[in-house]
Write a protein that binds this ligand. Structure first.
Ligand SMILES: Cc1cc2nc3c(=O)[nH]c(=O)nc-3n(C[C@H](O)[C@H](O)[C@H](O)COP(=O)(O)OP(=O)(O)OC[C@H]3O[C@@H](n4cnc5c(N)ncnc54)[C@H](O)[C@@H]3O)c2cc1C
Length: 311
């Protein structure tokens, strides 16, 4: 391993979603010259969605990718630095903290963790084998491949309905499959989806397997009320069944809650002084761009105070 000269950063930020990028803007404006590791998903989850209609200041909505670009430019303008790399190990046992990427070690006086969350899998037959061949977790990324084709969406929350509506731009039909009798999505979204002539719903139903040899050809469904099974012919399936926090790096290192989210106090502080967390990695409740961005900003303000205090 290349052993870099031991430069000690004032603050390192892990993650380039709304929380990380907002933290970078605030830390850069506080002249902390932050170094941000983007991870593999540049722009975070927000960048994978077609349009965001509830981030203040964009009455016509804004593309997820476009918003991430604007956040990035804003942070760069004030001097934030970006590494397009992934942190693979952390040593938070003493300060400066040590972070390791695939080829290098970095040291920092403080750390803001904004590693967000990743989509949950169904863990059923065919899912892994057919990922990228009809199984997808991102409608914006893959919707285009399903022009005039039949697709299914699994899930009943906001993401499932938003992405289902987006898929009607391309697909000839979108069947939304949900295991409960009622959808969890907001009322306005439900209304829009129900009014869309391309969308239909199959409720009280789970997907038991995804069929197909080289590409998805259908889904094996089971009605959980009457136990009946049947097959739905589709060319693609988009899965939106919640998220899990990206906290594997911090297991046994930081206090996590029972679902694996980082425990923080109202000042974004973890149980280790100098280590802060913000956004979805520490928030299973609100999970929005605006709330994640707000937490990122708060974490950077707290880092500034922490460094000034000389604690
Ligand atoms: C399909 C979809 C549609 C959505 N629509 C909306 C919407 O309309 N409005 C809204 O407000 N919210 C929406 N959301 C939710 C919103 O995107 C999230 O709340 C927000 O992105 C969370 O931001 P975050 O910065 O906390 O984490 P994330 O966006 O999850 O970003 C995490 C970042 O951490 C990085 N990372 C992970 N591990 C490492 C590591 N080891 N080293 C370095 N970096 C790492 C990743 O690469 C990524 O950049 C949507 C989400 C999805 C999936």
């Amino acid at each position: 391993m290349e052993n870099s000269e031991k430069t000690v950063e004032k603050v390192i930020i892990l993650g380039s979603g709304p929380a990380g990028l907002s933290a970078a803007i605030y830390a850069a404006r506080a002249e902390l010259h932050p170094l941000l590791f983007t991870g593999t998903d540049v722009g975070g989850q927000a960048a994978t969605t077609s349009v965001i209609e509830n981030y203040p200041g964009f009455p016509e909505g804004v593309g997820g990718n476009q918003l991430a670009d604007l956040f990035t430019k804003n942070a760069e303008k004030f001097g934030a630095r970006f590494e397009y790399d992934m942190v693979t190990a952390v040593d938070l046992s003493r300060r400066p903290f040590k972070l390791t990427t695939y080829g290098k070690e970095y040291f920092t006086q403080s750390l803001i963790i904004t590693t967000g969350a990743s989509p949950n899998k169904l863990n059923i037959a065919g899912e892994k084998e057919l990922t990228g061949r009809g199984v997808s977790y991102c409608a914006t990324c893959d919707g285009w491949f399903f022009k005039d084709k039949k697709v299914a969406v699994v899930g009943g929350g906001d993401s499932a309905l938003e992405e289902g509506i987006f898929l009607t731009r391309y697909a000839s039909s979108v069947t939304i499959i949900h295991r409960r009798n009622e959808l969890r999505a907001g009322v306005l979204l439900q209304k829009r989806a129900k009014e869309n002539p391309k969308i239909s719903f199959i409720l009280d139903t789970v997907v038991e397997a995804i069929e197909g040899k080289d590409a998805v050809s259908g889904l094996e469904l089971k009605n959980i009320k009457n136990g009946e099974s049947n097959t739905l012919a589709v060319d693609g399936v988009f899965i939106f069944v919640g998220h899990s926090p990206n906290t594997d790096l911090f297991r046994g290192v930081l206090d996590l809650d029972e679902k694996g989210y980082i425990r923080i106090d109202e000042r974004m502080r973890t149980n280790i002084a100098g280590v802060f967390a913000a956004g979805e990695v520490a928030d299973s409740r609100y999970r929005q761009v605006v709330t994640s961005a707000g937490m990122g900003a708060a974490a950077a303000i707290e880092v500034t105070r922490f460094l000034e205090s000389g604690e």
